[in-house]
Design a protein around this ligand. Sequence first.
Ligand code: F0G
Length: 457
Amino acid sequence: ELPFAENYKIKMVQRIYRSTRQQRQKWVEEAHYNLFNLRSDQVFIDLLTDSGTGSMSDTQWAAMMIGDESYAGSDSYHVLHQVVSNIFGFDYVLPTHQGRAAENVLFSVLVKSGDFVPGNSFFDTTRGHIEYRNGKAVDCTISEAFNTTIEHPFKGNIDLKKLETVMSMYSKKHIPMIIVTITCNTLGGQPVSMENLREVKKVAEKYGVRVIYDSCRFAENAYFIKTREDGYRDVTIREIVREMFSYADGMTMSGKKDGLVNIGGFIALREKSLFDECSYFIIMFEGFTTYGGMSGRDMNAMAVGLEEVTTFEYLENRIKQVAFLGKKLQDYGIPLQLPIGGHAVYIDAKRFLPNVPKEEYVAQTLGVELYVEAGVRGVEVGTLMADRDPETKENRYPEVEFLRLAVPRRVYTNDHMHYVVIALKNIFHRRREIIHGFSIVKEAPILRHFTIQLEKI
Ligand code: F0G
């Protein structure tokens, strides 16, 4: 049988820069050991995020040329509207400049002080937008997801018993929605099964509460349903997506991931009344309802991106590259969240660096080590990202501390992946000598990891 290979060739390239360990040591110190503070030319391979970092296709670039920049009633809005309605089955669409903007608008309508929002593990901006309104995000993910060695095929699933408990504990008045994040980023790009989506909807209906999907990696989720769940092998990605969203009342979307664009997002809804309420906030925060913070050309590119991302050929190539990276790391014994996720490999930092105390930010320590070793930038998904408890102001130590290596779409080759693997192997060999991490010098009250300043212990 012939081996697997990418279904595209490269038409334009961007130079990237290697550096010396000495340079990187100086740069990371100047960045206060916060990898977000590095300049991109100080990074050789950038796995900070898969968000907005992908390559667009020639078809997307062509669509940009014919974007309509009308303030109101843009033709590009209608193109986007039609694609979104076809793919997801929602009639009401509001563009936003990115995913968190969609959260900001929708939650401005839905979330009130004292509300509870159950779901699987929330992304930081989603949780931030709930907590900012004095609501509480309640994590109902299945417990298998917190043990990185268990190979559950759908670690993003919601534990229906935990969900029932939350739903029955509070009045429906205080539960504006259930949010299902597909795939679940915080726990490793882990998918949610179709069966679970169906069951969540049943619970929601029983209590008369809406279900909203935080959808930025919806297509990767559909790929996992096709390849892992009984009964879906011969169903197309488009059909799977349509069924997934038939169990939701609306969605927030960051187009920067499975929209295959560098900027953009949207809200899509079934209810006209909710759409009308959101429209007021769109106009206030984002722009008129037919562009909401996006240019016409960007809406065109996102429309084409949504078409491309919902093909099996695209997804197979994408997920297999991430799996390639994960498999090679596993071969060296490096502890990962298993199974390997859709958009990233998540290293279990506490198992990787057993001698660094949790109070010294283990995953951040590993992230800085990797940067200094090889100029590779990952991101901490651990205690720094978890923020402090809004009431006690104490650090919230998550059950698992991850260093996430997110793979941008259609950007790096497998040789780049191999380079990352060897860098981590080198650190893994000397892991027992690494015994100290960092203390915090300065931090923001919310979403602190973006701007935090650290010093070495
Ligand atoms: N929801 C999820 C699950 C996300 O992963 C993100 C962004 C957002 C919402 C917000 O979207 O960035 O367009 O405002 N995740 C990026 C990441 C930043 O690196 O995982 P945004």
